[in-house]
Design a binder for this molecule. Structure first.
Ligand code: ASP
Length: 337
């Protein structure tokens, strides 16, 4: 079995700089810290995607590059593990799940909260188990995990269902609206019924349009800042980051602002500030103004999946009805219909 280990940076490979903060270091050092990799029954080849980065420096252009690397190597390898910083791992995982639709081979992102060279690092276990999960096979030798996933602290999650929940706990990720794909203890327990079973054929479409704005509502928000973002910034899509099950305050300027934006072709999305549950549009009278066909519900998608799905749809020229249909559909296991 052949596996490609892709290094992008992140805490896992960081060392302390002379200034006392953490900065990315080279890949050979990471590998030197995990000699156990030689004991695994697979050929592991490695590639560094770019000069190692703190993942807070990663943007849509890196996702396009990463999708190219995975697409170009898809036939040569049985699985892929990506070492990535935790800060934007959920975004990268989500973006890849749309760009590499029905990839049908394991792509597992992992990293760590402590650098791999540190005695109590969580990096070693995260890396070794990610590789084991990428190697997991059914009796007929086909892969069990056939999707983009995130492995962290004993749990495997669907990549487009996670968000970073803690900057301090080893348990850095959570997937509030979708069950874990695997629990790791003495045994590796894969919840096969929750894994993605791609049926359609694979495609790589990796254009992204980052012209997206997020208007986070808060008590006291005013028209000026809202207008600047929704209209004057000339975004192709605006995500309204609303309360609870998708609620907005009764502000007399808001409906007309949204109508104006819609008339200019801006896609408008309703995404909840609640990580668990998401938007259920008909719930409260206070969401009534968003209940017209011009506002698309993000449902139970994570904000990370909502943003990257929007960039991906815009990147492939989808607007109006075409955008609407695909956005409301479940394309890669990212939303419950
Ligand atoms: N700032 C780091 C990064 O995202 C944090 C981490 O890896 O845990 O690259």
């Amino acid at each position: 079995m052949k596996l490609l280990l892709v290094y992008t940076g992140g805490t896992i490979g960081m060392v302390q700089s002379p200034e006392g903060d953490l900065s990315p270091f080279n890949f050979d050092e990471v590998l030197r810290q995990v000699p156990e990799l030689n004991q695994l029954e697979c050929d592991i080849e490695t590639i560094q995607a770019w000069e190692p980065l703190d993942s807070s420096d990663i943007n849509h252009n890196h996702w396009i590059k990463l999708a190219d690397i995975l697409n170009n190597n898809r036939d040569q390898y049985d699985g892929f593990v990506i070492l990535h910083g935790t800060d934007t791992m959920a975004y990268t995982a989500s973006a890849l799940s749309f760009m590499l639709n029905n990839f049908s081979k394991p792509i597992i992102l992992t990293g760590s909260q402590l650098p791999i060279g540190v005695l109590r690092s969580d990096g070693r276990e995260n890396l070794i188990t990610s590789i084991e999960l990428a190697m997991a096979r059914k009796n007929d030798e086909t892969a069990i995990i056939k999707e983009v996933a995130v492995y962290f602290e004993n749990k495997l999650f669907r990549g487009n269902r996670v968000y970073k929940r803690s900057s301090q706990d080893f348990e850095a990720f959570s997937s509030p609206n979708y069950p874990v794909l695997a629990n790791v203890g003495v045994h590796i327990d894969i919840n096969k019924q929750h894994t993605l079973a791609p049926v359609e054929s694979y495609f790589c479409k990796n254009n992204l349009d980052p012209s997206v704005g997020i208007l986070t509502l808060f008590p006291g928000i005013d028209e000026e800042i809202s207008r600047a973002l929704v209209l004057e910034s000339k975004r192709n899509a605006i995500i309204l980051h609303t309360y609870g099950s998708g609620n907005v305050p009764k502000l007399n300027w808001l409906p007309s602002l949204l109508d104006e934006a819609h008339e200019k072709g801006v896609m408008i999305i309703n995404a909840s500030q609640c990580r668990m549950g998401g938007v259920s549009q008909p719930a409260y009278a206070s969401s009534r103004i968003l209940r017209n066909s011009n506002v698309l519900s993000a449902g139970d998608m994570t904000l990370e999946a909502t943003i990257t799905k929007t960039m991906w749809l815009l990147g492939h020229g989808k607007r109006g009805k075409a955008f609407r249909e695909l956005f409301l559909d479940d394309l890669a296991g990212e939303r419950t219909l």
